[in-house]
Ligand binder design. Structure first.
Ligand code: CP
Length: 307
């Protein structure tokens, strides 16, 4: 793990990913263990978050570490005009690890080049959200028993959805078939299709909400309102695909519905009671996965690790 920061899911080899998933299982078995005594983790959130920030903070608290940081940059000296560079160089003096979410693509990489402590990218614009991907992968292996040869449907905002971009890059190592369902304005960017073409991974694009009876994983996403420069474009695209419970009648027994959350309208509340809905368990898996990522980056073994 180069310089120990986690900026892109491509920073992790397949072995690194397997190690995170192994550790995640250990933390799920024993989430409270005081292995971060004396360690300080800074959470710098320049964009709103519920799950990512709170699951990171929960993860650190359960491991006996301390959290500092801000949830709104207007309460920091950024509001006085301080640069990202100066913020990172300063905060790195106060902590062992920085978890950062920022609206600019590339900001996490930039921070990792300046910081003397590791940076974890908690989402940089529409680019990447690698810790979400690792918890998604844990959710997939836990529910499917494997990461290999799965039929994965990605639905919604495939253009701006950073969780989709990271997940596609990671899962493409395990011989999936991808099915992309999106409005024509929110198609998966060409760079990802070129990547899949180059490595020989099959994908199909659909404009209808169709063929989900073949899915192992149905990964729903919200249309990312905050990334649109034209509000009318958002209004035109936001309600194109809405998953309803009766659409799941003929789906596979092993199908699980994942969603990074937050949800707006794209998954009806009636789906929540379906046993194939997995998104709230997925959010819980985020705590264990982030414990695994932090302990791995800080090179601290879980207490129940016998390896
Ligand atoms: N999945 C996710 O990133 O959620 P938050 O925006 O609430 O952190």
């Amino acid at each position: 793990m180069k310089n120990r920061s986690l900026v892109s899911i491509n920073d992790y080899s397949t072995d690194n990913i397997s190690e995170i998933l192994r550790r995640t299982e250990l933390f799920e078995k024993k989430p409270v263990q005081k292995i971060l005594d004396g360690k300080v983790v800074a959470t710098l959130f320049f964009e709103p978050s519920t799950r990512t920030r709170l699951s990171f903070e929960s993860a650190v608290n359960k491991l006996g570490g301390k959290v500092i940081g801000f949830t709104d940059s207007s309460s920091s000296s950024v509001s006085k005009g301080e640069s990202l560079k100066d913020t990172i160089k300063t905060v790195a003096n106060y902590c062992d690890l920085i978890v950062m979410r920022h609206p600019l693509e590339g900001s996490a990489k930039y921070a990792s080049e300046l910081s003397k402590v590791p940076i974890i990218n908690a989402g940089d614009g529409a680019n990447q959200h690698p810790t979400q991907t690792l918890l998604d992968m844990y959710s997939i292996i836990k529910t499917q028993g494997t990461l290999q040869n799965l039929n994965i449907f990605l639905v919604g905002d495939l253009k701006y959805g950073r969780t989709v971009h990271s997940l596609l890059m990671a899962m493409s190592r395990y011989n999936p078939v991808f099915n992309f369902i999106s409005h024509e304005k929110l198609r998966i960017p060409d760079e990802y299709k070129m990547y899949l073409n180059n490595i020989g991974i099959k994908y199909y694009e659909h404009s209808e909400f169709e063929k989900i009876q073949y899915a192992d994983i149905l990964y729903m996403t919200r249309v990312q309102k905050e990334r649109f420069s034209d509000p009318m474009e958002y209004e035109k695209t936001k309600d194109t695909y809405i998953l309803k419970n009766d659409m799941l009648n003929d789906t596979k027994d092993n199908l699980r519905i994942l969603h990074p959350l937050p949800r707006v309208t794209e998954v009806d509340n009636d789906v929540d009671e379906n046993r194939k809905a997995y998104y709230f368990d997925q959010a819980l898996n985020g705590v264990f996965t982030r414990q695994a990522i932090i302990s791995s980056i800080l090179d601290i073994k879980p207490e129940n690790d016998t390896n």
